[in-house]
Write a protein that binds this ligand. Sequence first.
Ligand SMILES: [Fe+2]
Ligand SMILES: [Fe+2]
Length: 211
Amino acid sequence: MNPMPGMDSLIVNFDRALRTLCARATSVRPQPGGGLDETRLDEHDRRNAVALMRVNHAGEICAQALYHGQSVTARNQVVRRALEHAAEQETEHLAWTAQRIDELGGRVSQLNPLLYAGSFTIGAFSGLLGDKWNLGFLAETEKQVEGHLDDHLGRLPDDDHKSRAIVAQMKADEAEHARTALAHGGAGLPAPVRHAMRAASRLMTNSTYWL
Ligand SMILES: [Fe+2]
Ligand SMILES: [Fe+2]
C-alpha cells in the first residue's frame, strides 16, 4: 500500500476531521451510568466536573486524530484491523464525554481543532515509523491516558456518579487498548520520549481545563 496520502485519502481525512469536530459521535454501548439519577451539584463542583470532562473530551479528540493519522500511513493490515476495535471505542468515549458535558451545562474545548491537527500529524508520523514503534507509541499513550483518568477519578466530585461511571469505563477500555498494542508487538519507548509525551499531555490537560 502506498504510504503517501493521495487525493482520495485527503478528502476522506478532511471529512473525518470535520465529523469528529462538528458532528455528534454515536455509541453502540449505552452510556455508562446512563441509568443513574442526576445528583444536584453546587456551582463549584459542577464547574470542576465540566472542566474535567472537557479535558477528557479533548483527549478523545486527540485519540480520534491519532488513530486517523496512523491509518493513513500504517501498512500492516492485521495491525490496522486490530486497532479498529480500539478506534471504535474511542468514538464511544467521544460520544459519552460530549453527552455528559451537555448534561452538566458545559461546553467542549475551543482548542479541539488545533489538538486534532497536531495529533493527526503525530499519528501519521508515528505510522511511518513502522508497526513496532507505532504500536509502542500507542501503548504508551493509552497507559498515560489511563493514569490521567485515574487522577480524574480522584478529582471529580464524589457525588457526580454519572461522570465517574463514564471515566471508570474509559479507564478500563484504555488499559485494554494498551494491552492490544503491546500484544501486537509494540516496543517500549525510550525514557526521553515518554517524558516528552508526558509534558505534551500536561500542556494539553492544563489548557483544556480552562479553554
Ligand atoms: Fe478513549
Ligand atoms: Fe484508548
